[in-house]
Design a protein around this ligand. Sequence first.
Ligand code: C2E
Ligand code: MG
Ligand code: MG
Length: 650
Amino acid sequence: MKLDDIRFIACAVLGQNGNADYDLLLSRVSSLRGIYENAAMDMVVFPDMDEDWTWSGISKEDGADGISFSRLEALHSLTPEEHAAVFDCLTFMLNARTLKISMDGVLRRLGRYYHASRIYILALSEKRRTVTMLYEWTSRRKYSIQHILSGMTLDKFPLLQRCMKEKAPIITRSSGESFGFREEGKFWHYAAFPLFSKTEVRGFFCVENAQKHSDEPALINAMLPYLKQEQERYRNMSAPLPLVHGVLTRLPNLRAYLDIVDSLTSDTFSSMGALSLDVPNFSAINGNQGYDYGREMLSYIAETLSDVFGKAYLFRTWDAEFVVLYLNTIMEVFVSRCTRLRTMLQRRYPGQIRIGYTWADGIYNARNLVKEARSIMRCETVWKDTGERLAFLEESRFDVQEATSRGDFIVYFQPKVDMRDGSLAGAETLVRGIDRAGHIVPPGQFIELMEKDGTIRDLDLLMLEKVMEQMSEWKRLGFPDVNVSVNISRFTLFNPTTLASILAIQSHFPEIPPERVALEITETAGDVEKATLASVVDSFREYGLRFDLDDFGSHYANMSIFSNIRFHAIKLDRTLINDLPGNEISRMLVENIVRICRNFNMSCIAEGVENRQQEAALLAAGCTYAQGYYYARPLPVKRFEDQYLRQNRA
Ligand code: C2E
Ligand code: MG
Ligand code: MG
């Protein structure tokens, strides 16, 4: 992290000492923080005091969806001692790392303040007939009654029944018999405060044997709304300042992520999908389009994430950085959700958001999966700024959408040869676009764009269909069988409906054995957690489909990819071949890869062979198949037929 990435936004709200309404102050400061949180520079902000600061996020009397509390007196009527106790509790809550720590800490403070023997929170369950003790604090001389009380029916507790009936706090001094427990000691003091959900009593806050301040319930009344709020904060796993509206601000933050990530492993969950998302140019977007735009963008992302992934763990780990952990799910479900997310976000913010995801079962841990998803995410490029990209599109004669709708894509074939005798060993099919003027457009100009807008899958399947049509035609014409390979993007590969679509296409051409067509996937698909890629490849292999690993060695020669994924062939990237004749390291690398391929019974094909020296070096390294301009450029169908098929017609 660079120092430039850090911003300090201080929001200050002032209240008159002694009669300040702390709820209101907190809500003001939270709203301010919400407004300024995307600010690009350090700042201190004060609210405009003329504004109407009525805030509906936390109601003192009745929450819209949760428990609310009866309040005997307002906060400002607290004594200085009670004030100090409230502050002590709130400070502790803000610094607590878990709900349990937070609640236990508050009960402990209140217990000491009242010199009580026990303080606890009861919830009503089973149609409000049974009590469960959620939190308990006991003084040193007392034992825990959590297990004794939990599960008992309400009719055992006449005091609580009365509290429920009257919907008001009950404070009593008695022998204790009416409560059902007989406690030793000088006197029995018992206080029960009802906890409401809307208008219904759903639980109780109970204080046993308060020896000090026993007739001063104002402190507890003041604290109850905060205890309720604290439960909601953790229920939503929210950020440290929870009092702002919207999914975005409720998303748990980096601290929450770090708290939990190491506990999510294959020991606890059978499988897990991890997704990483960011907006790399977020500060530029804020600067160019304004904070409102940036804020709206983040809110939209947060809402889409929570719509698509529902109950998953969602985190906002940084300003414009999100992590999703999706537990106990099959890969198809996870991938289809990721695809849906991508489509939804790309539609609204094309070229501005990066997404990477991965899935694992077997042995894994969440931290590594997130690392993996993040590294895949980083492979994605975003547009520098929208203006630049649009200018490029306007200048370009090739309109992808128009070409897609007109079907203006054709197939070129580039031969693969056996270097030992120059014979044809197969062909790679490569897409070409045709612009309005009839010019051929290379894939470099549109593949990336189609990957971003989600149309790449249609293109890949269209190519497969065209190729199979062509092979069928060659068969009809009596041409020799050719093994072909078709490029498919990793977005196509990981789309859960792709396998079915491929099988459907193949079923139209029963005369072409499926093993004649290999699918080329690039090494970056291997950035996906190996188990993910392996299981996708395996599921395709069950139907006789083969995979070639394209561009191997272009990023890094990741040998581990061979250990659990069975490719039919490995294609050495042309960057490895370029300087092969003179570069000892490239030569050793190629020799090793060739050896591994042989051990695993995979073919090895060198790409981008452009001269005789490269061919000689490859043969010396043990590689026998090649593809490149030295033999032939990618050719249109007719020329490929003329040069490679016609003379060998059966
Ligand atoms: P690729 O699959 O690695 O294809 C090989 C690329 O190298 C082709 O570029 C080919 O024309 C070029 N090439 C072949 N021999 C040589 C050589 O000796 N020297 C040099 N410098 N280049 C050579 P092309 O046709 O422009 O395709 C670029 C990339 O576009 C392909 O790389 C592939 O990743 C992608 N692509 C092509 N067709 C499709 C498709 O139908 N679907 C998808 N998803 N991607 C495709
Ligand atoms: Mg290829
Ligand atoms: Mg390649």
